[in-house]
Design a protein around this ligand. Structure first.
Ligand SMILES: C[S@@+](CC[C@H](N)C(=O)[O-])C[C@H]1O[C@@H](n2cnc3c(N)ncnc32)[C@H](O)[C@@H]1O
Length: 280
């Protein structure tokens, strides 16, 4: 089996092909060209809950299956996702497994690649723009800014057992800390950093629904992060940033994606310092 050597369209064999595709943070214009092409060619699409309809709509000829665990629905279990991909490929289908952000960053894409390899199914990985960097960037936060941070760490905030040992090992103020899936646990995340000795005045930000028309940014201090009221829809995904770089959002400003209408033009750049100050 080869990975990425021949395009699905170029092969004449009966075995199908699986593309593990990153959809980016939400804005369809942040898909890669390869991701958009794979969607257009797909026969079968399996997509996660955070992928918006504007993106799945690009798979015009495919059968669509949501494997979301959002909106109160039970998740389709991981083994079923593997089996559906494998069965589809064995039937000669071009299968696209579409994930939010990058498929290999906190997205279980590695497990799916291993399952495909074990089953002898040809596949490729189409990396996507990860929210870990894009959500701060669209909020005017360069996660490494010369003189402020020479590196960053990305951690899952889903379970304390996973984030506490990592955050406990980061020397206070030594780098930017980025937490995905951490909104519900943000009080404990902030407490972990404060217990480790981080200064409560360290700048912090939460970028919500970045790259979508629902985008919202909270900025403040680490000491306020745990109790901050985030004025965004409860189901909006959020990326937490802790570190001096978070202050730059007030100087750089955010890039907002307008709701798409027939006459929607290019994305606008707004959220200058004054507009942000009003929201904070
Ligand atoms: C299951 S993780 C998947 C991460 C994804 N693989 C990536 O590379 O971005 C989903 C988390 O990514 C973050 N996220 C995804 N989309 C986002 C967005 N548009 N704005 C802010 N954060 C986002 C949130 O922390 C969310 O809980």
């Amino acid at each position: 089996m080869t990975i990425g050597k021949s395009s699905p369209a170029a092969r004449g064999d009966r075995l199908g092909f699986v593309s593990l595709v990153g959809a980016g943070p939400g804005d369809p214009e942040l898909l890669t060209l390869k991701a958009a092409r794979r969607l257009a060619e797909a026969d079968l699409l399996l997509y996660d809950g955070l992928v918006p309809p504007e993106v799945t709509a690009l798979a015009t000829r495919a059968q669509h299956f949501s494997v979301s665990k959002r909106a109160g629905r039970p998740a389709v279990d991981q083994d079923t996702i593997h089996q559906v991909m494998i069965r589809g490929a064995r039937r000669g289908k071009r299968v696209v497994r579409l994930k939010n952000g990058d498929p290999f960053l906190l997205g279980r894409g590695g497990e799916e690649a291993l399952a495909l390899r074990a089953a002898g199914i040809p596949f490729e990985v189409v990396p996507g723009i990860t929210a870990a960097v894009a959500a701060p960037a669209l909020s005017g936060i360069p996660v490494t800014h010369r003189g402020l941070a020479a590196g960053f760490t990305v951690v899952s905030g889903h379970a304390a057992g996973a984030f506490e040992p990592i955050l406990g090992a980061v020397v206070p103020g030594s780098m930017t800390v980025i937490v995905l899936m951490g909104l519900r646990n943000r009080e404990r995340i902030a407490a972990t950093l404060l217990d480790r000795g981080w200064d409560p005045r360290t700048p912090a930000a939460v970028a919500l629904a970045a790259s979508t028309p629902r985008m919202h940014l909270w900025t403040g201090r680490l000491g306020e992060l745990g109790t901050a009221r985030l004025e965004a829809p409860a189901d909006a995904p959020g990326t937490i940033v802790v570190g001096e770089v978070a202050n730059l959002s007030a100087l750089i400003g955010g890039t907002r994606t307008p709701a798409r209408t027939a006459d929607a033009g290019a994305p606008r750049t707004l959220d200058g310092p004054r507009e942000q100050a009003r929201k904070v």
